[in-house]
Design a binder for this molecule. Structure first.
Ligand code: CAA
Ligand code: NAD
Length: 286
């Protein structure tokens, strides 16, 4: 019988890492967040506090809960501080090289043989990350959705090597502690959601690129015609154009299907630093 997970580590405090840290801290879990520098850690903390403020202003949490949640969040720039973590969720940029280097180091630091080492990757097959460790049975994919405090889904991805005890521990943490709904996916690039969603986003970019329709009309069409909460170009801006490109590249590498190939307009915008909401401009200005 594994111990209840009470000590969580989050690697990265960008959009996703901050969101995952926030929901864990709101669920009364002790949260330690790794960022590469003090400046990035301060920016990550500010991001979480803004989101908590939003929770207070929309009546979702009280002032007291906001304060207590903020207390449960600590930051570090030394991965060595993760030695006592029972669950670590990695949420750094979508790069196989960066993620495997982190997992190789993390595997040596986290001592508990029943600890769960999870990646929030959008598309990289988990086995590619797991084989960077000496204990691949501890590695799973725990894929959260953006914005994490709002969207109730977590995809759980197990590999050919993941132990079922570790998978059940991750699943029960997501469901029973965080209150998320869990679906399981095979270890295939993009998992369930992005394998369906990203070709749609890429098609919308191709539509705009070819002059088929304006970005405003493509977005309006999907919001009003299909009741989506936002159109595909606004959603690409929310996810981050760099991330959408990396997801497309990873799925193209896996399946070799043209529908996954990143259109030139997306490549040019990423090269220009037009990454969407996080950089202040993408298909729209923020
Ligand atoms: N923190 C806490 N609460 C938040 C929040 C945040 N960061 N952002 C929004 N909310 C809450 C608001 O308080 C509001 O709650 P109430 O309705 O109870 O008042 C609710 O969420 C809706 O927010 P808003 O009214 O401010 O804004 P909106 O109605 O325009 O919704 C949105 C914003 C939630 C982003 C919505 O447009 C949406 O769901 N869009 C689609 C997002 C989506 O598809 N995400 C998946 C991306 S793919 C992915 O994540 C996987 C990947 O690997 C790339
Ligand atoms: P982001 O750009 O907001 O944050 C990137 C994070 O990676 C930051 O914390 C940054 O400090 C860190 N980082 C960058 N380079 C690094 C390096 N060399 N070493 C260590 N850390 C580094 O990205 P995000 O949107 O939070 O995405 C993070 C992960 O979550 C990615 O794997 C992405 O595919 C996945 N994801 C993203 C979304 C989304 O909608 N954006 C949804 C689900 C999953």
């Amino acid at each position: 019988m594994s111990e209840k997970i009470q000590r969580v580590g989050i690697i990265g405090a960008g959009q996703m890492g901050a969101g995952i840290a926030e929901v864990c801290a709101r669920a009364h879990v002790d949260v330690l967040v790794f960022e590469q520098s003090r400046e990035l850690a301060a920016a990550g903390r500010a991001r979480i506090l803004r989101s908590l403020d939003r929770g207070v202003s929309s009546g979702k949490i009280t002032e007291r809960e906001r304060e207590q949640t903020a207390w449960r969040l600590r930051f570090t720039s030394d991965l060595g501080d993760f030695a006592d973590r029972q669950l670590v969720v990695e949420a750094v940029l979508e790069s196989e090289e960066v993620k495997t280097a982190i997992f190789a180091e993390l595997d040596k630091i986290v001592t508990d043989p029943q600890a769960v080492l999870a990646s929030n990757t959008s598309s990289i097959p988990i086995m590619k990350i797991a084989v960077a460790t000496e204990n691949p049975e501890r590695v799973v994919g725990m894929h959260f959705f953006n914005p994490v405090p709002v969207l109730p889904l977590v995809e759980l991805i197990t590999t050919l090597k993941t132990s079922e005890t570790v998978a059940k521990r991750a699943e029960s943490f997501a469901a029973d502690v965080l209150g998320k709904q869990v679906v399981r996916s095979a270890d295939r690039s993009g998992f369930v959601v992005n394998a369906l969603l990203v070709p749609y986003l890429l098609s919308a970019i191709r539509m705009v690129e070819s002059g088929f329709a304006t970005k405003e009309d493509v977005d309006k069409a999907m919001v009003l015609g299909c009741a989506h909460p936002m159109g595909p170009l606004a959603l690409t801006d929310l996810v981050g154009l760099d991330t959408v490109k990396s997801i497309a590249d990873s799925m193209y590498t896996e399946f070799k299907e043209p529908l996954y190939s990143a259109p030139p307009l997306l490549l040019r915008m990423v090269e220009a630093g037009l990454l969407g909401k996080k950089s202040g401009a993408g298909f729209y200005q923020y």
